[in-house]
Ligand binder design. Structure first.
Ligand code: FES
Length: 114
């Protein structure tokens, strides 16, 4: 199980194979677009060089909590992303390999406390 807030290892890092470029999908479908996902996409594109390809995406099935940002292959899902969230996602997650807990989609990254 991959925990939130901890270092994210890609499959290629885990098995020691040659790493492939990751991908950041920024939903540009109706709901996300109405909540500013075009500006989120522009912020990622302006953020500078990373090992991740930045791509506009179709609906990711999380419409009520958009703009949705999904990072592959690690399967990190962020919700309600605003342009001013992008620098921390880039520095902490894309460059540092550590998820930004406060922006994780709770439907996908469930947290339990007992
Ligand atoms: S419209 Fe973006 S997740 Fe559905």
């Amino acid at each position: 199980m991959r925990n939130t807030g901890q270092r994210v290892a890609t499959d290629s890092q885990e098995n020691g194979s040659k790493s492939e470029k990751g991908c950041v999908l920024i939903c540009q479908h109706t709901s996300c677009k109405a909540n500013g996902s075009a500006d989120v996409l522009a912020a990622f594109e302006a953020a500078g060089d990373t090992d991740f390809e930045i791509k506009a995406a179709e609906c990711q099935g999380q419409c009520s909590s958009g703009p949705t940002v999904r990072i592959l292959p690690e399967e990190t899902w962020y919700c309600r992303v605003k342009p001013n969230d992008v620098p921390v996602i880039v520095e902490q997650n894309l460059k540092g390999g550590i998820r930004v807990e406060e922006k994780l989609n709770p439907r996908i990254h469930m947290r339990f406390s007992f």
